[in-house]
Design a protein around this ligand. Structure first.
Ligand code: FAD
Length: 408
């Protein structure tokens, strides 16, 4: 097998198409989102752009080819996520719901379930959204503990009746408050923590929005706290067996976890461009541009090296996840933890290097820092979830430190 880090002609095309879409639509969307104070109206600004992205086949790019989508490789996904996330990471996160919510469908769904739940996302029309309803307002790091998942699914004939509160997941409310097209619900059934897929017809009228969060970063994401009231979901929508929820849930967050490295790269890349421009053009009253100070050049050099390193880690992690390689869990966790924490560290260093002008709108590095601060805590916080998962891997009997790299 040949390993090459050069983009293929097809990947160059994908990058150009993603960049053109971002230039045409996402710059303006990001500016409009910044100007809108209301979280619901802000999120709804994305809908027309969302419909254009779906119409151009970008949503299909997140659905695996074997189930009818167009996702080809992890590197392809990384390229398009980076090109969009540098302008509007909130838009990408909103659109990427199927990446998490449908992952357990691919893993444990019957062929009939897969066909039914994936169908809205293959239509190339409209603005279909999916939510992975895992997080709860009282916390979710210990969701597999006896009291860790409070949402219940009570059997009633050939249905389950679901009640409980869910929080944070993008598009829990859908665009109009009647729920997303598909909601994968982590709930407690008689057989233990389980996953049920509710479709819009089950959710409409049974989702009460308690609050749309007004986020400090990723402000265009529609994340809400909702109460699910007597949502009747057919037993035929249970994924796998009752009690299979913990393993399916952990695996569901692998693709999005791996992608966090790419989101962090996008934030660092955007901020680096600003900081580099500043350092090479601004003298701040001295005799020459500030890059001539060794300490300033060191900050830029360290930042650039870290960006390159995290980009490659994220490519490798997404590639392993999409190929369902045994190294995927470990690489995805490193991409999440190392990527997100490097992002915050680099952004913080660049803010200090630029100095007070980082607080000036024309050099909006602090905006990138707001996005980067979210990455250690979303998709499973590093402390509460991701480092614990790494600990499990490291403690497993027979752990091989060379396996993830293929160098055993
Ligand atoms: C923009 C955005 C999008 C999101 N998308 C989704 C989504 O699609 N679906 C979804 O379900 N959620 C989503 N979330 C929520 C997100 O995934 C959180 O990471 C998740 O709710 C878990 O939160 P937490 O790890 O902070 O857990 P919490 O249970 O809130 O724990 C809080 C803290 O307590 C400590 N802690 C708790 N238990 C332990 C322990 N056993 N060991 C060590 N430390 C512990 C840790 O420091 C942890 O960070 C989103 C959030 C945002 C902001």
């Amino acid at each position: 097998m040949t390993v090459s880090f050069l983009l293929s002609p097809e990947q160059e095309q994908l990058k150009a198409a993603a960049r053109a879409f971002a230039d045409e639509h996402l710059r303006d969307l990001a500016a409009a989102v910044r100007a809108e104070p209301d979280p619901l109206r802000r999120a709804q600004l994305a809908r027309p752009v969302f419909e254009k992205a779906v119409g151009q086949g970008f949503l299909k790019g997140l659905i695996p080819a074997p189930v009818g989508g167009a996702a080809s490789s992890g590197v392809d996904a990384a390229i398009f996520i980076e090109e969009w996330a540098v302008h509007s990471p909130d838009f990408v996160i909103s659109m990427a719901g199927p990446l998490i919510a449908l992952a357990p469908v691919y893993e444990a769904g019957t062929p009939e379930q897969v066909a039914r739940f994936v169908a809205p996302f293959l239509a190339d029309a409209g603005a279909p959204v999916a939510a992975m309803a895992f997080s709860e307002p009282e916390g979710s790091a210990n969701f597999d503990a006896p009291t860790g998942t409070r949402t219940t699914a009570v059997p009633d004939g050939d249905h389950f009746v679901v009640n409980g509160r869910k929080a944070w997941a993008s598009h829990l409310s859908g665009w109009d408050g009647d729920g997303p097209d598909v909601m994968t619900i982590v709930c407690r059934a008689p057989g233990g923590v389980s996953l049920l897929v509710a479709e819009r017809e089950h959710l409409a009228g049974h989702v009460e929005v308690e609050e749309h969060y007004d986020l400090p970063g990723l402000r265009g994401c529609l994340t809400s706290r909702v109460r699910l009231h007597d949502v009747r979901v057919p037993r035929a929508n249970l994924l796998g067996a009752e009690g299979q929820g913990p393993a399916l849930t952990r695996n569901a967050f692998l693709p999005s976890g791996a992608s966090i490295g790419t989101f962090a790269v996008a934030a660092m890349r955007g901020a680096f461009e600003i900081a580099h421009r500043f350092a090479t053009t601004e003298t701040r009253g001295g005799p020459s541009p500030i890059i001539d100070h060794q300490s300033v050049a060191d900050v830029l050099a360290d930042a650039k090296g870290k960006i390159e390193a995290v980009r490659l880690l994220a490519w490798r992690a997404l590639d392993a996840v999409m190929a369902q390689h045994p190294a995927a869990p470990e690489l995805a966790l490193h991409s999440k933890v190392v990527g997100s924490e490097t992002g915050v560290e680099v952004l913080n260093a660049l803010v200090k290097m630029v100095g007070v002008t980082a607080y000036d709108d024309r050099y909006p590095i602090v905006e990138y820092l707001h996005e980067a601060l979210a990455y250690p805590v979303i998709e499973g916080s590093n402390i509460g979830v991701r480092r614990r998962q790494l600990q499990e891997l490291l403690r497993a009997p027979g752990y091989d430190p060379l396996a993830a790299s293929g160098m055993s």
